[in-house]
Design a protein around this ligand. Sequence first.
Ligand code: CMP
Length: 136
Amino acid sequence: MQHTLVLVKPDGVARGLTGRILARIEAKGYVIEDLRLVHPERALLEEHYAEHQGKPFFEPLVEFMLSGPSVAVRLSGDRVIEGFRSLAGTTDPTTAAPGTIRGDLGRDWGLPVQQNLVHGSDSEESSARELALWFG
Ligand code: CMP
């Protein structure tokens, strides 16, 4: 059994998609073990996205994540780390496959790619680090 951190990002919360996104996660059989609405501080986001520091999209990404609350979810399930990322779809909603959260619900209106509705940890190491950050 694995755990992962899922975030419904500010665009997903603002668009009222939290319930639909969580329903898809639950339908897949993953278990929501903890859930909270978080207004993150810059320090939390800079740590969360530490691997992207120095990249051109880092600052716009942090600013976007500061633009509104996110819903943080501690999720468990068999191979949930890889499985949730598959359910989320590829990073850019414009080309994410139909049937995925980003492919079905992500907007294709020339929005910056950081507005891709959800985040999922990419490894066991990341999930442990990120769950500690968002849930303490
Ligand atoms: P995620 O994969 O959850 O975590 C890293 C985030 O960085 C990614 O989602 C996007 O939101 C963002 N991101 C990745 N690549 C780019 C890019 N080229 N331009 C802007 N944002 C990006």
